[in-house]
Design a protein around this ligand. Structure first.
Ligand code: GLA
Length: 357
């Protein structure tokens, strides 16, 4: 039996750009524990009891801040912003003025630019046993985005084994915003091979096909009769290797935004459910966001060795990133991602864990 523990707090005590970093831990009365770092306001570990009651770490990551700094993959567990996902050619226009974000993903700006929120040291505000708040102020013009943006990310761990992530932001100039969390989950336990044996359901009849640069073409497509259909629970591995043009554009797997069914959203029901037949761990995702990027770690290469020294290979994890649709600033048919002064951006996502025997 694998014995999973939280990383040592002292391995996260460091200085980055003159700011101290820490490990923050949350616990509930049901045996769940979460480790967070102010470096990227990120999730480091998520210990969840499996079907035998043994704590299992279900997110990829490293056991020290140095591990994160040296990693090939920058987005383990992070808060992504100011604009999660891709902006075509790094360009968009607000009120006739064009803004430019230096491309860091082929021709696109990805995840708020090279030095997005994932790379910043956030201030800790309130830290209790079951909650931690992180705060960051992005300067006007930071990474090319207009407006000074104050952002709060709140993590709450409930006795119902839910990790609730709430976002709140305000700007002093019109800007664009799209925030998400980039946890890489493996419900078999981090570093335990691929996620093909996981059973996934997504409440979405349509998704957004992409072009060769992974920018949505703008025309939603039905999932019906495609590998993208997860309306009834299906093995992630069932169709992932199919010679499907969209799976190939995703670099050999899923890396696509689902348009969540409005009924599931309106009734506050889970928009996605994933289960590992090995551990029995079941994850439900609830959100206020209209989209869900389902990503199967297609760019993981095995170079990064995780918390227990195991390589993080391609398909070694899945991400369910709740968000607005990619490239929204350039796609006027998509729900708007514009945030105006005097308005408050609010969004919430819940990762709820249980065991299915
Ligand atoms: C998102 C993107 C992927 C990849 C990861 C980070 O999920 O859609 O293509 O860039 O972030 O590695």
């Amino acid at each position: 039996m694998t014995h999973y523990t939280l990383p040592k707090a002292r391995n996260f005590e460091h200085q980055i750009s003159g700011k101290n970093t820490h490990l923050i831990t949350l616990e509930n009365s049901r045996g769940m524990a979460v480790a967070l770092s102010d470096y990227g306001a990120r999730i480091v570990s998520l210990l969840v009891p499996d079907k035998h009651g043994n704590p299992t770490d279900v997110v990829l990551g490293f056991d020290s801040i140095k591990g994160y700094l040296a990693a090939d993959e920058q987005y383990h567990g992070v808060t992504v912003g100011r604009f999660a996902n891709r902006i075509a050619n790094g360009r968009f226009t607000i009120d006739g003025e064009t803004f430019y974000i230096e491309p860091n993903n082929g021709p696109n700006a990805l995840h708020g630019g090279a030095n997005g929120f994932h790379s910043r040291i956030w201030d800790r505000r309130i830290v209790y046993k079951e909650k931690a708040d992180f705060y960051y102020v992005a300067a006007d013009g930071e990474e090319g985005f207009p407006g000074k943006l104050s952002v709060m990310v709140k993590y709450r761990l409930t006795d119902n084994n839910e990790l609730i992530i709430s976002y709140r932001a305000q700007t002093d100039k019109p800007t664009v915003i799209n925030l998400t969390n980039h946890a890489y989950f493996n419900l078999n336990g981090e570093g335990n091979g691929d996620i093909h044996n996981h059973i996934l359901q997504i409440q979405a009849a349509n998704y957004l096909p992409v072009d060769e640069h992974q920018i949505p073409t703008g025309v939603p497509a039905p999932v019906e009769n495609t590998p993208f259909d997860f309306r009834t629970p299906k093995l992630i591995g069932q169709d992932i290797m199919q010679p499907d043009d969209q799976l190939i554009k995703g670099n050999g797997g899923y890396d696509h935004n689902y348009i969540l069914d409005t009924e599931a959203l309106a009734k506050k029901r889970p928009v996605a459910t994933v289960r590992s037949p090995v551990t029995g761990i079941n994850l439900e995702v609830l959100t206020t966001e209209p989209g869900l990027q389902f990503y199967t770690g297609n760019f993981l290469t095995g170079k990064d060795k995780g918390k227990r020294g195991n390589p993080y290979e391609k398909h070694g994890a899945f991400c369910l990133e709740t968000q607005h649709f990619p490239d929204s600033p350039n796609q006027l048919d998509f729900p708007t991602t514009l945030l105006l002064p005097g308005h408050v951006f609010e969004s919430q996502t819940i990762y709820r864990f249980s065991v299915v025997k």
